[in-house]
Design a protein around this ligand. Structure first.
Ligand SMILES: *[C@@H]1O[C@H](CO)[C@@H](O)[C@H](O)[C@H]1NC(C)=O
Ligand SMILES: *[C@@H]1O[C@H](CO)[C@@H](O)[C@H](O)[C@H]1NC(C)=O
Ligand SMILES: *[C@@H]1O[C@H](CO)[C@@H](O)[C@H](O)[C@H]1NC(C)=O
Ligand SMILES: *[C@@H]1O[C@H](CO)[C@@H](O)[C@H](O)[C@H]1NC(C)=O
Ligand SMILES: *[C@@H]1O[C@H](CO)[C@@H](O)[C@H](O)[C@H]1NC(C)=O
Ligand SMILES: *[C@@H]1O[C@H](CO)[C@@H](O)[C@H](O)[C@H]1NC(C)=O
Ligand SMILES: *[C@@H]1O[C@H](CO)[C@@H](O)[C@H](O)[C@H]1NC(C)=O
Ligand SMILES: *[C@@H]1O[C@H](CO)[C@@H](O)[C@H](O)[C@H]1NC(C)=O
Ligand SMILES: *[C@@H]1O[C@H](CO)[C@@H](O)[C@H](O)[C@H]1NC(C)=O
Ligand SMILES: *[C@@H]1O[C@H](CO)[C@@H](O)[C@H](O)[C@H]1NC(C)=O
Ligand SMILES: *[C@@H]1O[C@H](CO)[C@@H](O)[C@H](O)[C@H]1NC(C)=O
Ligand SMILES: *[C@@H]1O[C@H](CO)[C@@H](O)[C@H](O)[C@H]1NC(C)=O
Length: 525
């Protein structure tokens, strides 16, 4: 290029300048090369403590420095950049990913101060133990830390609050104790926080209200207590909240109604009390709500019927009262509805028949009365139906006879009446596996047609008023494992065909059966 320039001051200047540029590049290369040599030495030393023979880390070796130096400078200088799990930027370690690498030992001697450019540290799913050292706060550029699935114990160091660039912090599934450091509330860029499945105690710091970028918050399966801070209502970006399996108490803050991006809320298995705030129905993106196993009282807010994306609604094991709001029949996306074990009264709203995607319906253990709606299976997708232990009356709807999607149906401990011969036995839903009609007021005879319910594994019709003989066709139910016809008014002999079955439970107690127990029954199979 310079050849074409006129000789003079200008070209001399260009040549000098070019030399300077080349020298700068050369020295900066040497600089980064020696930086990486220092990083290599530090990482190698850490490996040597507990993971010297780790087969995953065979590439972690220091090359001899200066030995028979060729012109190939990179051969002479140890660099970790080609080591397993290491990614460099400009010759310095930027990412260390040792997930599922059979790592042992601890982080006490991890070279926190020697990795100034580390941004991503993934040590998940290993057998690392001991404390998370406070020196972790020295990794000033760290934006991602994943230690999930290890055996870390003791408290989470407060110094973690110094990692101002943090976006992801995953400590899930360890043995961490103590309380959640409130300094975590200083991590303004945090978007994913997972501390679930540890032994953390104390309350959720109200400083969490500062985590304006938080999208995923997982705190489930700890021993957290105290209230859910109302400050969480400031976390407008929150999409996913899991606080289940703790000991949180007090009310569900109505401020959660501001979190318009929420899609998933699990606060089940705590000690939350007070009402379900009607503001929850402002969360139009919500597709999953589990508030089961708490101490919630009051009504199920009819406005929940506005949550048009709701897929799962679980409110079981609370003290909710009043009736099931007919508005729940507007939840067109609903696949699972579980409101069992509350104090619900009134009848089951027929609008539930409009739920065209409903596969699972559990209303057990309430004080529901009236008839079961006819069209519960009109959508043809109902798979599980359980209304055990209520005060339901009238016949079991014939509409269920040809509900071919139905696999499990439990109607026990109610006051259903009607003739057994008009029930399932006549038109057997072809996928029915478990049927419990026990403890009702059903009467009539067991039809021979029951023998066509080929997929039945459990049949319970105990404690009713059924009469007549046990049809030998029951011996055709080759998958049947449990047959309970106890406490009825059955007569005649026990058919020897039952001996064809591999029953685990056969209960015919308290009937008017005659003859002997056929020797085929109970023969080893
Ligand atoms: C220098 O060493 C590196 C790494 O060992 C190798 O990829 C490269 O081909 C070598 N270059 C020369 C000129 O030998
Ligand atoms: C790598 O170093 C060069 C030269 O110093 C710099 O311009 C560039 O921004 C660096 N790249 C990164 C990703 O840090
Ligand atoms: C680490 O590697 C695993 C599997 O190769 C990958 O799924 C994970 O995203 C990586 N972690 C980071 C922080 O790059
Ligand atoms: C590293 O962190 C520890 C504990 O937080 C601190 O005492 C020490 O000064 C830090 N060292 C460096 C080099 O930053
Ligand atoms: C919920 O929405 C109603 C209107 O639908 C509004 O008046 C109320 O302020 C909202 N509440 C919250 C907590 O966003
Ligand atoms: C909430 O419900 C889901 C779906 O049934 C379940 O997986 C989860 O464990 C439940 N959470 C609690 C805390 O029970
Ligand atoms: C429900 O609340 C009552 C009254 O506050 C309390 O006595 C009881 O222990 C709570 N139940 C559970 C499961 O925490
Ligand atoms: C549940 O919370 C109530 C106060 O709301 C408290 O009286 C009770 O002891 C708590 N129960 C348990 C099991 O922690
Ligand atoms: C929510 O539901 C309530 C009661 O069902 C209704 O009055 C209200 O108009 C609904 N709000 C919205 C925003 O759809
Ligand atoms: C919902 O169900 C009710 C009662 O069963 C019925 O009157 C109504 O027309 C249904 N609505 C829709 C949208 O299907
Ligand atoms: C039993 O279930 C299978 C699989 O769901 C189904 O294909 C079959 O038709 C059922 N049997 C009867 C007799 O309906
Ligand atoms: C069912 O059992 C009866 C009597 O045990 C027998 O006669 C009949 O052939 C069987 N039906 C079928 C479809 O297997």
């Amino acid at each position: 290029m310079m050849v074409f320039l006129p000789v003079g001051k200008a070209s001399l200047f260009i040549v000098v300048h070019l030399v300077l540029v080349l020298l700068t590049i050369f020295f900066s290369f040497l600089g980064s090369a020696s930086a990486s040599a220092e990083e290599a030495a530090a990482l190698f030393k850490w490996k040597s403590f507990s993971n010297r023979d780790n087969p995953v880390l065979t590439s972690w070796i220091l090359q001899p420095r200066g030995a028979n130096s060729s012109n190939n400078i990179s051969k002479d200088i140890a660099s970790p950049c080609n080591w397993y799990g290491v990614t460099c930027i400009n010759g310095s370690v930027n990412r260390l990913n040792l997930t599922e690498s059979s790592m042992n030992g601890a982080l006490y001697n991890f070279p926190f101060s020697s990795l100034p450019n580390l941004e991503y540290l993934d040590m998940s799913v290993n057998a690392l133990s001991g404390s998370i050292p406070p020196q972790i706060g020295n990794l000033s550029k760290l934006i991602y830390l994943n230690l999930h699935g290890n055996e870390f114990s003791n408290e989470i160091p407060h110094e973690i609050g110094r990692l101002k660039n943090f976006q992801t912090l995953d400590l899930n599934d360890n043995y961490l104790t103590g309380s959640i450091p409130e300094e975590i509330g200083q991590l303004r860029f945090l978007s994913d926080l997972d501390m679930s499945s540890n032994n953390l105690r104390g309350s959720i710091p109200s400083t969490f209200g500062n985590l304006k970028n938080l999208r995923h918050l997982y705190l489930s399966d700890n021993i957290l207590s105290g209230p859910i801070p109302s400050e969480l209502g400031y976390l407008y970006n929150l999409v996913y909240v899991d606080m289940g399996f703790n000991n949180l108490s007090g009310p569900i803050p109505s401020e959660l109604g501001y979190l318009y991006n929420l899609e998933y809320v699990d606060m089940g298995y705590n000690n939350l009390s007070g009402p379900i705030p009607p503001e929850i129905s402002n969360l139009t993106s919500l597709d999953f709500l589990n508030l089961s196993d708490n101490n919630l009282s009051g009504l199920i807010p009819p406005s929940l019927g506005n949550l048009s994306n709701l897929f799962n609604l679980l409110l079981r094991h609370n003290q909710l009262s009043g009736s099931i709001p007919k508005e729940l029949g507007n939840l067109m996306a609903l696949d699972l509805l579980a409101v069992g074990h509350n104090l619900l009264t009134g009848s089951i709203p027929p609008t539930l028949c409009n739920l065209s995607r409903l596969e699972y319906l559990n209303l057990d253990g309430n004080n529901l009365s009236g008839h079961l709606p006819q069209g519960l299976c009109q959508s043809g997708v109902l798979n599980y139906l359980s209304v055990v232990d209520n005060m339901l009356t009238g016949p079991i709807p014939r509409g269920l006879n040809n509900c071919s999607s139905l696999q499990i149906a439990s109607f026990s401990v109610n006051q259903f009446t009607g003739k057994l011969s008009e029930l399932f036995g006549v038109f057997c839903p072809k996928n029915l596996e478990g049927l419990d009609l026990s403890n009702n007021n059903l009467y009539g005879e067991l039809s021979a047609n029951w023998g066509r319910c080929q997929n039945l594994t459990t049949l319970r019709i105990a404690q009713n008023n059924i009469s007549g003989r046990i049809p030998p066709e029951l011996g055709n139910l080759t998958l049947l494992r449990e047959l309970n016809l106890s406490s009825n008014r059955l007569t005649g002999e026990i058919p020897k065909e039952l001996g064809n079955l591999k029953l685990d439970i056969l209960d015919l107690y308290s009937n008017r059966l005659t003859g002997e127990i056929p020797k085929e029954i109970g023969k080893p199979t």
